[in-house]
Design a protein around this ligand. Structure first.
Ligand SMILES: *Cc1c(COP(=O)(O)O)cnc(C)c1O
Length: 379
């Protein structure tokens, strides 16, 4: 089955009780049993809930995986994966990781004896050089936030397979419509469902997808044992969101391209970071592993003045100044003072997060209106 058909139909069936075409919101904590141990597959909603179950099957299908699990946030999904590790195990990850992932690695799991290495993952040899007999996980994020760097997933899979380590890919920015890490050799895919999968800025949720039965058993054991599950109402909203994922992401890509090309020719702009632009340093890798380049764009200004960047994010009228991304509406952010404010200035500047860097989550509005808005704000 092709993507659009799976997005709409995978995991969902007309309700057996009424024929309702939409999966009902099974807002229930427990399920009546006919006799002890004689039930319909559902005993308690932390362990299993029919609305969540439909969503988990749907997300697994659109990621070309066999098993899906949904959590109360993207970070709760990351928490589940990390709990598969043991004290002394080592993780190799990228040095421009999502801030929340960095925080859970360093401030939660490091104190349980897990060791994290951060490296520039565009440099495949530098990753290979960090592997030793304790390496149990390689954690990839691609494209990265906010610099839109691209990591070669197949190259990472080669290293993880040789090391006997698990390769996990945070696929939040690309979405399953543009990139399927399991097909490229990853063992686990993670999503902040909050972003493009939900797509309407109304839910916080995370998901994991894998195809290996042993990994899946661990995933479900930890999901049930730690209990960071998502709610039936939220599962319903995301099932609805995913039905238009392909349509939305197509438009995000079209608008992303138009806005990126507008910015690239603007006299006040220094650099534009969007993997679809031919001059992007990882454009060839992006073309190989992605089917489109999405609507996330960063750019910085000539002269690199903080005040100029702050003035632009204030002057825009259609773009909303907010954290998060991936919704139908366009957002604008200033990483140095918002998402990356906790990182020391010299450290963030090394990775490109300079004072005048601005990040856009280009929505699905009319591209002409978005360009006119940026144009007046830049004037
Ligand atoms: C938002 C985000 C997360 C965390 O997800 P939450 O749903 O906010 O917990 C993880 N990775 C990336 C790339 C994100 O953008």
């Amino acid at each position: 089955m092709k993507f659009a058909t799976k997005a709409i139909h995978a995991g969902v069936h007309p309700d057996p009780a009424t024929g309702a075409i939409m999966t009902p919101i099974y807002q229930t904590s427990t399920y009546v049993q006919d006799g002890v141990g004689n039930h319909k597959g559902y005993e308690y909603s932390r362990t299993q809930n029919p609305t969540r179950h439909a969503l988990e099957k749907n997300i697994a299908a659109i990621e070309n995986g066999k098993f899906g699990a949904c959590f109360g946030s993207g970070l709760a999904a990351i928490d589940c994966v990390l709990k598969m590790l043991n004290p002394g195990d080592e993780v190799i990850s990228t040095n421009d990781l999502y801030g929340g992932s960095y925080r859970i690695f360093k401030t939660i799991f490091e104190k349980y004896g897990i060791i994290f290495h951060f490296v520039n993952m565009q440099d495949v040899d530098a990753v290979a050089a960090l592997v030793n007999e304790n390496t149990k996980m390689i954690w990839v994020e691609t494209p990265t936030n906010p610099m839109m760097n691209i990591v070669d997933i197949e190259a990472m899979a080669k290293i993880s397979k040789a090391a006997g380590a698990m390769l996990c890919v945070d696929n939040t920015f690309a979405t399953p419509y543009l990139q399927n890490p399991l097909d490229l050799g990853a063992d686990m895919v993670m999503h902040s469902v909050t972003k493009y999968l939900g797509g309407h800025s109304d839910v916080v949720m995370g998901a994991l997808v894998c195809s290996d039965e042993n990994i899946a058993n661990e995933m479900y054991r930890i999901q049930n044992s730690s209990g960071a599950v998502t709610a039936p109402m939220d599962s319903f909203l995301v099932l609805r969101g995913i039905k238009t994922l392909h349509l939305r992401v197509q438009r995000h890509c079209e608008n992303g391209e138009k806005v990126a090309r507008f910015l690239a020719t603007h006299p006040k702009i220094d650099k534009v970071y969007w993997p679809g632009i031919e001059t992007h340093p990882n454009h060839e890798v992006a073309k190989r592993q992605m089917r489109g380049f999405g609507g996330m764009i960063s750019f910085n200004l000539k002269g690199n003045q903080l005040e100029d960047a702050l003035s632009i994010v204030k002057k825009v009228e259609i773009f909303a100044l907010a954290e998060s991304l991936g919704g139908v509406e366009s957002l604008i952010g200033h990483p140095a003072t918002m998402t990356h404010a906790s990182i020391p200035k010299d450290v963030r500047e090394q990775s490109g997060v300079v004072d005048s860097l601005i990040r856009l989550s280009v929505g699905v509005e009319d591209a002409d209106d978005l360009i006119a808005d940026l144009s007046q704000a830049l004037a």
